[in-house]
Ligand binder design. Structure first.
Ligand SMILES: [Zn+2]
Length: 330
């Protein structure tokens, strides 16, 4: 029996090695990112196909020396180096340890983060880390941390994490969605005028996204979007009346506009093209229903949404994350 078991055991071990080899190989060649995104894997598969096509094309040329054909593989490598650059950088950022101070900020100021599972928290942190690694955020008047004397904004890492958390909330559960990184984020010391960007006394704009320009935030509005305590506690406790619509969240609002601008050549229609076509149609109809409800005074959305479709989408996003129970019940 033992003489029979030995070949079997060796065969099993060999089989196990073979089985372990392929997942390890495919994990290396075609990995799914820690955030659940398949984008890098897709790039590697495409690069392999491009390389193979190059190989076959060169091999098919008559009288071409056989040693030249493998150079076709270089095409795949070139494709990968150029087109997967953002995804490769993203993976590098995801693999770096997340700073404990940032985690503390999320725990203290982002209620949604505390409600996530451990895996979701790691992914949320990943989005924050990637956002901070890719996105330029600076105070009005400079690219680096500014002293109050030069810009009147003291932009801290905590502010940066809160801005990043606003984007991460929108991207949660959508590992293959990407926000553009070509818009700088400029933080103003106070509200500003929509037309002139001056901080005159009656200016009331707290956030803005240009069609092809930067994202602007008033620093106070970022602070208020992530109150250290629930605002109903700090403004009168349980006796304080429930506000008619969700508390404003400038981060969610402006990043909703950024999503809306994606792929629409500088337009924002209130119906993001990143949604599947069927969902786009449904959402378009829903916007119409909600506009009528707002006109009738029978909506839980902020009436600012009546300004246009893009604003209606942005205030809907705010309500979805800030007041989801009432939104669902309505
Ligand atoms: Zn808006």
């Amino acid at each position: 029996m033992s003489s029979l078991r030995k070949p079997d055991a060796a065969g099993e071990a060999s089989e196990l090695r073979r089985l372990a080899l392929f997942p390890a190989l495919s994990k290396y060649l075609f990995p799914v990112s820690p955030d659940g995104s398949t984008a890098l894997r897709d790039y590697r598969i495409l690069a392999s196909l491009v390389g193979l096509a190059g190989l076959v094309a060169l091999a098919a040329i008559p009288r071409m020396p056989a040693l030249v054909a493998p150079l076709g593989l270089a095409l795949g490598w070139l494709y990968y180096l150029i087109f997967a650059r953002r995804e490769r950088r993203r993976l590098k950022l995801l693999n770096q340890p997340f700073p404990e101070a940032f985690r503390e900020t999320l725990l203290q100021r982002v209620p949604l983060y505390s409600q996530l599972t451990e895996l979701e928290r790691r992914r949320f942190e990943g989005e924050v880390a990637v956002f901070l690694g890719e996105q330029r955020i600076y105070a009005l008047g400079g690219l680096e941390d500014q002293s109050e004397s030069s810009s009147q904004v003291r932009l801290t890492d905590e502010h940066r994490v809160l801005i990043a958390a606003s984007a991460a909330i929108l991207l949660l559960g959508r590992p293959d969605w990407r926000l553009p990184t070509d818009r700088d984020i400029v933080v103003y010391p106070s509200s500003f005028a929509e037309e002139t960007y001056s901080m005159e006394s009656n200016a009331h704009t707290i956030g803005m996204v240009h069609a092809q320009g930067p994202i602007l935030f008033a620093i106070g509005a970022i602070e208020q979007s992530f109150p250290r305590r629930p605002s109903w506690l700090s403004s009168g406790g349980l006796l304080h009346s429930t506000p008619p619509f969700a508390h404003s969240h400038v981060g969610l609002h402006e990043f909703a506009h950024v999503l809306d601008f994606l792929g629409q050549q500088g337009r924002s229609t209130g119906v993001p093209v990143s949604l599947p076509p069927g969902v786009q149609r449904q959402w378009h109809q829903q916007l119409s229903v909600e506009r009528d409800r707002l006109m009738d005074g029978d909506s839980v959305l902020n009436p600012y949404g009546l300004k246009n479709e893009a604003e209606l989408f942005a205030v809907s996003v705010e309500s979805f994350f800030q007041d989801s129970a009432r939104l669902r019940a309505h």
